[in-house]
Design a protein around this ligand. Structure first.
Ligand SMILES: [Ca+2]
Ligand SMILES: [Ca+2]
Length: 409
């Protein structure tokens, strides 16, 4: 037995299963665990999220919890860390789609992305995973930016590169619902364009127009998804070598699996950018997940307006939200060679993901902590209308780049 684990079980709250004898009951408690409540989505009673002792996750199926305990958990007990029911995720208010907008690239200008471009930093060599709905990989401004998995041969039903995923040439889908539509969606495609749209191929200016996108979709076109699908998509992003993961979604159930996965990403040094949500609430008091996880590899983002104020609908929080970024009347790519203006913290988060890619391409040896530190220490703050976020400000790539160049030799 590992003594440190055992001590932490006595003095901490979890790791209990590593101290003393493991039983199916202490890795998976299914009593009183099924019902939906304000923050715990309806359990999917025949699907189970398993976290293994090595940190990996899998989603397993069985007819009943009793059968799963007997036929799966018991024989694998020593290798299993925790088990939870998979749960339905309800996505909070989606971003609004607007028919017209105020300006084309006000957000990129206000973020001072051009200061990085002028120094030759475009996000080159940096992989950004878009864990979202389906990205239109054929959009002319997106297609050149997809991180092709060169070791994979598409469409042959074989995992050619042996990374555990069959035919993941462009990316991979983790939408497990058999009835879900797999057509490209406006949300994921819009997010992708804000991060990395190739500005030489159309009207949208991606923040980091040479970053490489890894589409990892788990949200179906009707806005549904499951907790297990989200966890598997995040795990895939890490396997593909993403430095940054954009998570423009919320509404996760109050269960530990997702936070455990975010902690695995933290251990791997991956920066995760999360939308604060569009409920106009203070998440310090009304927490929403993953926005409120408050991890050292996470930046949670509120939405600023064209006039550089907090939007009325953006979530906020002096503790749990770190920065504001443009999130109103944002022009970006949509399926079928389209463009549209959208509002939402879903649009603000990818501005920060793009900013992080720009910074990382300037200093490829920087750690996720240093990139986060550079972004958080360089915001623009306006006396009289500070943003209700921990830094009080809106991102500024120009200042962040100077800061990063000082802290990373
Ligand atoms: Ca593969
Ligand atoms: Ca293949």
């Amino acid at each position: 037995m590992d003594v440190r684990k055992c001590l932490s079980a006595f003095f901490g709250l979890f790791l209990l299963s590593s101290c003393g004898k493991k039983t199916t009951a202490n890795v998976f408690s299914d009593s009183g665990n099924i019902a939906a409540s304000a923050c715990s989505g309806q359990a999917i009673e025949n699907k189970f999220i398993v976290q293994w002792e090595d940190g990996r996750f899998t989603v397993e199926s069985a007819r009943t919890a009793a059968e799963f305990k007997e036929n799966f958990i018991q024989p694998n007990l020593e290798k299993i860390k925790t088990v939870e029911y998979d749960r339905v995720m309800q996505f909070n208010q989606p971003a609004k789609i607007l028919s017209s907008g105020a300006a084309d690239d006000w957000g990129q200008k206000m973020s001072h992305a051009d200061s990085a471009w002028n120094q030759g930093f475009f996000g080159q060599g940096i992989k950004v995973a878009i864990v979202d709905s389906f990205v239109d990989i054929n959009h002319p401004q997106i297609a050149p930016r997809i991180a092709i998995n060169q070791g994979e041969i598409p469409g042959n039903g074989i995992d050619d590169d042996g990374n555990g995923y069959i035919d993941d040439y462009y990316g991979a889908s983790f939408v497990s619902s058999p009835s879900a539509s797999v057509n490209p969606s406006a949300h994921g495609t819009h997010v992708a364009g804000i991060i990395a749209a190739d500005s030489s191929k159309g009207p949208v200016f991606g923040m980091a127009p040479q970053a490489e996108i890894i589409p990892a979709q788990f949200i179906s076109n009707d806005g549904g998804g499951s907790l297990g699908d989200a966890i598997m998509a995040l795990q895939y992003a890490a396997v593909r070598g993403a430095k940054i993961i954009n998570a423009s979604w919320g509404g996760a159930p109050c269960v530990s699996s997702l936070k455990n996965q975010f902690e695995e990403l933290e251990k791997k040094g991956i920066l995760v950018i999360v939308a604060a949500g569009n409920d106009g609430q203070d998440i310090d008091y009304t927490p929403e997940y993953p926005a409120a996880f408050n991890l050292s590899n996470q930046i949670t983002v509120a939405a600023s307006s064209v006039s550089d104020f907090m939007t009325s609908w953006s979530n906020s929080g002096f503790k749990l939200v770190q920065v504001a970024a443009p999130g109103e009347s944002i022009l970006s790519t949509t399926p079928n060679n389209g463009t549209a203006y959208m509002d939402g913290t879903s649009m603000a988060a990818p501005f920060v993901s793009g900013a992080a890619a720009l910074l990382w391409s300037a200093k490829p040896k920087a750690t996720a902590t240093q990139i986060r530190q550079a972004i958080l220490h360089s915001v623009d703050i306006f006396p009289g209308h500070e943003f209700k976020v921990s830094t009080h400000g809106r991102i500024n790539v120009q200042k962040a780049l100077i800061y990063l160049q000082q802290i990373v030799p």
